[in-house]
Design a binder for this molecule. Sequence first.
Ligand SMILES: Nc1ncnc2c1ncn2[C@@H]1O[C@H](COP(=O)(O)OP(=O)(O)OP(=O)(O)O)[C@@H](O)[C@H]1O
Length: 293
Amino acid sequence: MVTAPVVEVHGLRMRYGARTVLDGIDFRLDRGEVVALLGPNGAGKTTTIEVLEGFRRPDAGEIRVLGEAPETAGDAWRARIGVVLQSWRDHARWRVGPLLEQFATLYLPYAASTGRQPHDVAELLDLVGLSGHRGALVRSLSGGQRRRLDVAIGLIGRPELLFLDEPTTGFDPVARHEFHELIHALSDFDDTTVLLTTHDLAEAEKIAGRILILDRGVIVADGSPAELARAVPSASEISWREDGVRQVHSAVDAEPFVRELLARTDVTVTELVVRAQTLEETYLAMIAKEDAR
Ligand SMILES: Nc1ncnc2c1ncn2[C@@H]1O[C@H](COP(=O)(O)OP(=O)(O)OP(=O)(O)O)[C@@H](O)[C@H]1O
């Protein structure tokens, strides 16, 4: 069965004054995909997401999000989308629980048409690790806790499509890990489509099945971390102990080297570790290649 794309972008162009920020980008997102949009500061990631959310009108391009043009789509469409913006909206005088309950009521009129009931607030607070803060004033939360609340606000309506602009800024390692588990669960069990921006490449590698790299207004790479790595191969690091002495070797193709090493009968090889090319190395190589053009 061929399913309709959740997001379809053709020839998206965007200018601020004389400056072209997006210079004709094309991509699609399918149901249940988790895709990370990467790129240097100022590459146009937030602008792209804001166009898809309907917050900015593009200069050119054909854009369909859940089958509609974002700039003209109505509230029923918006109820199917979750948004976590980069800049924090100030709800400082609210308490966490009542604020989320207030947001939940906004989705109720659309629950019948979308088939998605808003989250129960206690359950959602548990999901984002804020259970103990239901009665807290928003202004009393720490930076990372506020960010968790932003994520909860993005999720409250059980969106089909979730946009996350640098969602884990300020998260401690445990919160970050829990957030990654949450994204996996949303994609695996609820078939939620997720588009996120992040500068944390280890995070992108962990949670995204597909990576889009935006540089100077165009998409310069689109594929899984492994596919991208094949496009700019760099060396893997192989380390082991040979009769107790630590050894290190780098090889672009580690497999034949490891086979040969393990076939040796003259030494005892222990603690063998192969560290493959990371997404960070792939990303740096790709950006350097673009810089050299
Ligand atoms: N409202 C605006 N008016 C003028 N220029 C803008 C506006 N918003 C963004 N820009 C410019 O457009 C470019 C792309 O900005 P954008 O915020 O989309 O980049 P980004 O990839 O999200 O960057 P970062 O990683 O720093 O968040 C930047 O050069 C920015 O200065």
